[in-house]
Write a protein that binds this ligand. Structure first.
Ligand code: WTA
Length: 652
């Protein structure tokens, strides 16, 4: 045996074929079966998607599967359905009535199990509350809540009455709420007094109050009593959730809405300006999330599924609320941090609830690796049969650790590539069919015509880097950027007219596997969360001491990417550790703690081209390698780079 051969534990090139035991029971049991159905789905997408959509309940059938004039798609035209009825009522009306829909744990250890029958009553009550408070179809409702079942109930109740929810992650600050209120025009907010995180109460209602000092058009705030922390209530505007619900009937007849009725707007970072509101609609979105859960997570009635995302992100929308509930599965939902009270929390919960499918992010896996193998080793994880990963490329170390220490070497891992815009997973292994290799999302899902193109629009050869595009529309695709059709067209459909550009760089290997390299634009991926460098820069510049700011990403072992900021100060302000801390906190206040720069460098000037454009490329090189070796001939002032280089010079 050659001395170089890696131990199996670190054999990053190993190909993991699904076990026979898994494959024989899987919906798609082999690559041959995948290839056959994939070909059909690409040759006759209408046929494939119609078959999937027919597994949902439609109150009126569609007349046309797809109407496509790039970049505008209409899916299931003429069809009418109620998304909430599909996720709740149809299960409550049948044998799943007494089946657990949500098994929830609060961070302090409180527990609740909600059956499909109970979920129906809760959702109907809250739908009646919304109606009583004047919410009508197409009205926007902002949801700012902790990870409690009421967050899902709120979303489903909106869907039930045709209102458009816009969920804001509970870690975002008041200005982020103001931006989203302004852009969406929401007039009702659903929130809680607070939520539990790492043993502490994170206040939420006070953040809403702060936002409403600036934004005056909200007429009703409904507040869940979760933590009992002290908050103030405005007698004319605010109402308690429990009081509203107590007075509401648990009966509500779900009306059908057009397939293209808007379901939600979710804001996400782009390369320029403020976050964009990604609009998803009803029939196509539900078909996409339903179908991907069925095939990629191979969901069965006996499964206990757990996705650790927050409902504030697209993963929580598609793979906590809509997809799993449309499949009638039992799922675990958890309020708090993975290390509360210690890094054994997840494994304890998997053992206790008999979780069979577990879906998390590489950044969490890396934190578990650091915490130590003894945490999972102390628990019986033999109930698990399938693992998933999402949010960023999964590095081989994390993949192998996940496979061995959580999956016991027996569970397939589905590395799922997708985006807020795609609504559902587009590239992923199918667990009973696809041979997996650490770090590749492998092959496109059914109906997804993915390709990698060079700048001229030619398809890249195996091994060649290019841009990831999708060449055919798919049901759960973004319909527009809320209120900005032009930006929608320009952002996603103008690099190669008629093709969707994802903004990710990628390459394929000889076997056809897709390897996602990362964002090509000025979007950072910090712990699996999308952050726009432009947003962080404008937050920094909004501080009175800051003249100019530039933000770039640098590689980070735990977070994937970390935020590095360069700041020039206005006259009269001096560099100091205090000001450094203040500026970091300022970003936390404007956007949220996740956006705080990890490194903040004071700079006498920023490297610019002669036309005045900041050369972020050079700053990136500097933070990644400690020096600049690239082309700097277009620089306006060479001394700027020299002084920055001296400042952050690293010992080689
Ligand atoms: C990245 C999250 C590699 C990618 C669902 C994408 C991934 C962005 C993967 C979308 C993956 C997501 N492998 N990269 N499996 N999953 N990404 O909108 O850069 O928050 O464009 O959606 O995350 O982030 P978003």
């Amino acid at each position: 045996m050659s001395a170089k051969k890696a131990t199996p534990d670190h054999d990053h090139d190993a190909i993991h074929k699904p076990s026979k035991e898994f494959s024989v029971k899987a919906r798609i049991p082999s690559m041959a079966a995948y290839k056959k159905l994939y070909k059909e789905s690409i040759d006759k997408p209408d046929k494939f998607w119609a078959r999937e959509a027919k597994e949902l309940v439609w109150q009126k059938p569609w007349s046309k599967v797809l109407n496509w004039k790039a970049p505008n798609a209409t899916w299931f035209e003429g069809g009418k359905l109620n998304v909430c009825e599909n996720c709740v009522d149809r299960h409550a009306a049948g044998p799943r009535k007494n089946k657990a829909a949500i098994i929830w744990e609060g961070e302090p250890g409180d527990k609740r199990t909600i059956t499909y029958g109970q979920l129906q009553k809760e959702v109907c009550r809250f739908a009646n509350v919304l109606v009583k408070n004047g919410v009508k179809a197409k009205d926007r409702v902002l949801i700012y809540m902790p990870m409690v079942p009421e967050a899902a109930i709120a979303m489903l109740a909106c869907a039930r009455i045709g209102a458009v929810h816009t969920v804001v992650f509970g870690g975002f600050a008041s200005e982020a709420i103001v931006d989203r209120l302004e852009d969406s025009g929401a007039t009702v907010i659903l929130t809680a007094d607070g939520g539990w995180r790492r043993g502490k109460v994170v206040p939420l209602k006070p953040v809403v109050d702060e936002a409403l000092v600036k934004y005056k058009s909200v007429r009703r705030v409904i507040v869940l009593n979760r933590c009992g922390n002290e908050i103030s209530m405005d007698a004319d505007r605010d109402a308690w959730w429990h009081e509203e619900v107590a007075a509401a009937s648990s009966k509500h007849v779900a009306k059908a809405f057009d397939s293209e009725h808007p379901l939600f707007v979710l804001y996400t970072s782009g390369s320029t300006g403020k976050p964009k509101g990604i609009l998803h609609t009803s029939g196509g979105y539900l078909t996409g999330t339903y179908s991907t859960c069925k095939y990629i997570f191979d969901m069965r009635d006996e499964d206990v599924y757990w996705c650790t995302a927050d409902v504030g992100w697209i993963t929580g929308h598609s793979y906590i609320v809509y997809g799993p509930l449309a499949n009638g599965v039992t799922q675990v939902m958890y309020e708090g941090a993975p290390n509360a009270p210690d890094f054994g929390r997840f494994w304890k919960m998997i053992e206790e609830h008999g979780v069979t499918i577990f879906y998390t992010a590489p950044t969490a896996i890396r934190a578990f690796i650091k915490a130590g193998d003894h945490f999972p080793a102390a628990h019986d994880l033999s109930s698990l049969r399938l693992l998933g990963s999402v949010g960023e490329p999964i590095n081989p170390e994390a993949w192998n650790w996940y496979h061995k220490h959580i999956g016991g070497g027996r569970c397939p891992i589905v590395d799922t590539w997708w985006q807020t815009e795609t609504g559902a997973i587009l590239i992923s292994p199918l667990p009973g069919a696809t041979p997996c290799k650490a770090g590749t999302a492998t092959h496109p899902f059914f109906g997804i015509d993915a390709a990698i193109l060079d700048d001229a629009g030619n398809e890249c050869k195996p091994g060649q880097d290019g841009r990831l595009v999708i060449r055919k529309p798919w049901p759960s695709m973004i319909r527009t950027i809320y209120g900005d059709k032009e930006r929608y067209k320009k952002t996603y459909w103008s690099d190669y007219p008629g093709l969707y550009t994802a903004g990710d760089g990628a390459r394929r290997d000889k076997a056809g596997n897709f390897w996602i390299i990362g964002r090509l634009d000025d979007v950072l991926n910090v712990s699996g969360h999308r952050l726009g460098t432009a947003e962080i820069e404008s937050a920094l510049v909004s501080h009175p001491a800051v003249a100019e700011a530039a933000v770039v990403g640098r590689p980070d072992d735990m977070k994937g990417q970390a935020v590095a900021a360069f700041v020039t100060l206005k006259g009269g302000f001096n560099e100091s550790p205090e000001l450094q801390a203040e500026l970091r906190n300022h970003v936390g206040k404007v956007i949220g703690a996740i956006a705080k720069p990890d490194d903040l460098h004071f700079a006498p000037g920023l490297p610019k081209t002669r036309s005045g454009k900041i050369m972020r490329r050079l700053l990136k090189e500097l933070v990644c390698t400690g020096k600049i070796s690239g082309n700097i001939t277009t620089l306006e002032d060479f001394t700027v780079i020299e002084s920055l280089q001296r400042k952050i010079a690293k010992p080689v």
